[in-house]
Design a binder for this molecule. Structure first.
Ligand SMILES: *Cc1c(COP(=O)(O)O)cnc(C)c1O
Length: 814
């Protein structure tokens, strides 16, 4: 059949299609449908188009026996789908008309969709941007992950404290998934290993338990192309014989317990960010989705090619961080134990198939698993890892005979203390390419934590600077700026973000600058309304909107920002009649449930905000707010309304950042350290259009080596001392004066690991330069426009084209 023909309903007009779905799919009276019901019907119209595109893409790729990339990621932070899907299939205008026919706007409808929050933060959002770009640049591609029943927790604030609520995003059903009832694989755990047939490399794994992985697909539309990509998510289901047996004996409670024991694998996302979870269920999750994905990949390959010897010619598997690293051992197991490969042949294929992205330099964030736990959960995989390790170390020893420190640093097994498997080392040894996510991060990888691997294999290490999709983060989130850009340089930037450079010359045009400022003002009004509705605090939309939105983490230094706000507050009280630039400081972000100091920072923001926001002496010229429940949809409201983007991590700690890119793309100026992708943003927009402050990575290292003394900085800096004394002394927590003593002590006496005090003065000075510029709106607009114009490099399309060419061996659409 002709898959390019539109679905039958399309010819009868858009509203007719919506009405038909209200009646036939949602089963409601079209005349009395709620916004949520209309949303579902509109989604069904888009779904009809997407399912055809999926079938056509799959048919084409099978016919071509295409080489494909498989992107394995524990997290995909997708957000809402409707607006993006409508834009991709070209139905935005028609569906807006259909919404209007039902006395709604498209925004009313899209607001009823739950976010798919299957991720924590940057890593998961990167995976979502990559899917969008893989489809758009027409790569034959699949994302693979877990269909968590509960995504990232929802955050509310009670008495200034974070409260976590479950996120049952599938509760009302989602129109976007396609259950693939025929696609299911067994995933096994536990038991023991017996030797295989004499003369073979294989073993027999006598497993103790088994769970089924069932496939649910989400179609990822490409933009400017009918091609799509697939996100295949696995749900855990107890094998049916287990259910049956307990039911037959009449023990229903035990049957349910059994079922839960298996199905809990895909129940909930671990809400940790930048710290490994370390629990057995997490290891089971990692193996569960990795095993199912690799079995699926091999099944597809066998269906198309009938043999596995050419696997590396057709399959590229990418590891998004080490969470799927067990896949290296799993592919070896499948080839050797189940497909009769010899060890050497299997290993050669495995190394060609895998590639790995590292996301962090911080040693405490690198994933390791106790050998004893792995022995218990995955005994055969542990055996395989030991063999990989001994062959690898034997080869490395030839290079530096007798150098035990060299060998210890390379080993897949950490031998000090409890023996542990180092998942990053397994990923490096099992891959042909390893990359960092910004130029600085990739450089530091080969200079620090992976230096000895880089000495062995310099050609294996490379850089792929992150990016963001311009479709969601500009076209969809900021329709005002998108139309202004369209009418100035045309609409080609959606697919070729480099074209934004054409805006540079318009910065000199006063009419353009005023139009740009008017768009920003409208976005700030919308953000101000969101703030009022969700915090109760009224804010002045003509004030400078100073935004720090990201996960709450010590290395990201939200606390440094609070110190700066308190310093400003004290300075304003000391000189209330000075000509202060009005500012609204806006925070948002979630703290991991067990992260005590991150939660203390959230409470401090609220406590300081309560004092500042009600101090009449300030005459409204300083406000401090915390927007609850940061996630993709909240980000889509905040980013377009930001004037200033806070990217203030300690130099050398933020691998890349992508929030920095989204904010600059929406016309915010960055105040930041020379860290992660800030370095490249600075190069792209120019030194004059960004506020860089603080120690460099090299200076951080030098200060640490020389013996960093935070107490001394405190004693020598009266402004900083006044800030810390006020916080520690209970000025903002009069109901409990000692509430922040420990937080302040961690800076003064606990070593101030992230060196807030060292950067404080330089940060405050940079903030003064920000104020000075904001006094001159035209000068500010010139620089903000230069930021938008310079963001072409940070499209995830560019990133994905680089991966396709240099890592995956795939041809992307130009
Ligand atoms: C972009 C994004 C992030 C990453 O932000 P960083 O500032 O790079 O840490 C996290 N969460 C959400 C919802 C995002 O959209």
């Amino acid at each position: 059949m002709n898959l390019n023909a539109p679905p039958a309903s399309a010819s009868a007009g858009p509203n007719a299609a919506v009405e038909r779905h209200l009646l036939d799919t949602v089963a409601t009276d079209p005349a009395a449908a709620s916004p949520a019901e209309i949303m579902h019907a509109v989604a069904q119209v888009a779904r009809e188009h997407l399912s055809r595109r999926w079938v056509a893409t799959d048919r084409a790729d099978r016919a071509a026996r295409a080489r494909r990339v498989y992107y394995l990621s524990m997290e995909f932070l997708i957000g809402r789908t409707l607006s993006n899907a409508l834009a991709a299939v070209g139905l935005t205008g028609e569906m807006a008309a259909a919404a209007k026919a039902h006395a709604n706007t498209l925004e009313d409808l899209t607001a009823t969709e739950a976010d798919a929050a299957l991720g924590n933060g940057g890593l998961g959002r990167l995976a979502a941007c990559f899917l969008d770009s893989m489809a758009t640049v027409e790569l034959p591609s699949y994302g693979y992950g877990i269909r968590y029943e509960f995504g990232m927790f929802k955050q509310s604030i009670v008495g200034g404290r974070q409260v976590e609520h479950p996120d049952p995003w599938l509760e009302d059903g989602t129109p976007w998934e396609f259950p693939r009832t025929g696609v299911s694989y067994p995933v096994r755990f536990g038991g023991w290993v017996e030797p295989g047939a004499h003369g073979s490399s294989g073993s027999i794994w006598r497993h103790a338990g088994e769970v089924n992985a069932k496939a649910y697909d989400m179609v990822i539309p490409g933009h400017g192309t009918p091609r799509v990509s697939t996100l295949r998510l696995w749900k855990a289901a107890a094998p049916s014989q287990i259910d049956l047996h307990a039911f037959n004996t009449g023990d229903y409670a035990r049957a349910a317990e059994f079922k839960n024991q298996y199905e809990n694998i895909s129940w909930v996302l671990y809400p940790n960010d930048s710290t490994p979870a370390g629990r057995e269920l997490r290891l089971r999750q990692e193996y569960f989705f990795t095993s199912a994905s690799i079995q699926d990949i091999l099944a597809r390959h066998l269906a198309e090619h009938g043999r596995l010897t050419n696997l590396a010619e057709k399959v590229a598997i990418h590891l998004n961080d080490t969470h799927p690293a067990i896949g290296v051992a799993e592919l070896m197991r499948l080839l050797v134990d189940e497909h009769a490969f010899g060890w050497a042949g299997a290993w050669a294929l495995t190394q060609k198939v895998f590639s790995y992205t590292n996301h962090t330099l911080m040693p405490e964030a690198l994933e390791t698993w106790p050998v004893s736990l792995m022995q218990h959960v995955l005994p055969r995989h542990l055996e395989i890892i030991f063999r990989i390790n001994s062959e690898f170390l034997a080869a490395a020893a030839k290079l530096r005979p007798g150098d035990n420190e060299f060998m210890r640093s390379l080993s897949l097994i950490e031998e000090r203390g409890e023996r542990r498997v180092r998942m990053a080392h397994l990923s490096i040894v099992g891959s042909h390419k390893v990359n960092g996510v910004s130029a600085l991060h990739s450089e530091l990888l080969v200079q620090t934590i992976f230096a000895n691997f880089a000495a062995l294999w310099p050609e294996r290490f490379t850089n792929m600077t992150n990016g963001v999709t311009p479709r969601r983060w500009l076209a969809q989130a900021n329709t005002g700026l998108a139309s202004l850009i369209d009418s100035t340089i045309g609409d080609g930037w959606r697919l070729h973000l480099d074209q934004l450079i054409g805006l540079r010359e318009h910065a000199a045009n006063a009419d353009f600058r005023n139009a740009f400022l008017a768009v920003k003002q409208a976005n700030k009004l919308r953000l101000a309304e969101h703030i009022r509705a969700h915090t109760g605090v009224p804010v002045d939309a003509t004030s400078l909107f100073d935004v720090q939105v990201k996960r709450i983490h010590e290395y990201k230094r939200q606390l440094l920002n609070v110190l700066q706000v308190v310093a400003r507050y004290q300075a304003m009280l000391a000189d209330p009649d000075a000509d202060w630039v009005p500012r609204t400081v806006i925070f948002a972000g979630k703290a991991a449930s067990s992260y005590v100091s991150a939660k203390a920072v959230i409470q401090l923001i609220h406590d300081v905000g309560t004092v500042i926001n009600t101090d009449a002496r300030l005459r409204g010229r300083l406000k401090l707010v915390f927007v609850p429940n940061y996630g993709v949809s909240v980000a889509e409201v905040i980013m377009p309304g930001a004037d200033l983007s806070e990217q203030i991590s300690t130099a050398g700690t933020e691998a890349s950042g992508t929030g920095n890119m989204k904010l600059a793309l929406n016309g915010a100026l960055t105040i930041g350290t020379d860290d992660g992708a800030n370095v490249e943003i600075r190069q792209q927009v120019g030194d004059d259009n960004i506020f860089i402050f603080g120690l460099s990575t090299a200076q951080v290292a030098a200060q640490r080596a020389a013996g960093y003394q935070p107490l001394r900085i405190y004693e020598e800096n009266p402004r900083l001392k006044a800030v810390l004394d006020a916080i520690a002394g209970g000025r903002f927590s009069e109901d409990e004066p000692g509430r922040y003593r420990a937080l302040v002590d961690s800076l003064l006496w606990g070593g101030d690991h992230y060196m807030l005090l060292a950067d404080f003065d330089s940060y405050v000075a940079a903030q003064s330069r920000v104020d000075a510029l904001y006094r001159d709106p035209q000068a500010w607009a010139r620089k903000a426009i230069a930021n938008v114009a310079g963001m072409g490099f940070f499209s995830s399309d560019r990133t994905i084209r680089e991966y396709a060419r240099d890592v995956w061996g795939l041809a992307a659409k130009a």
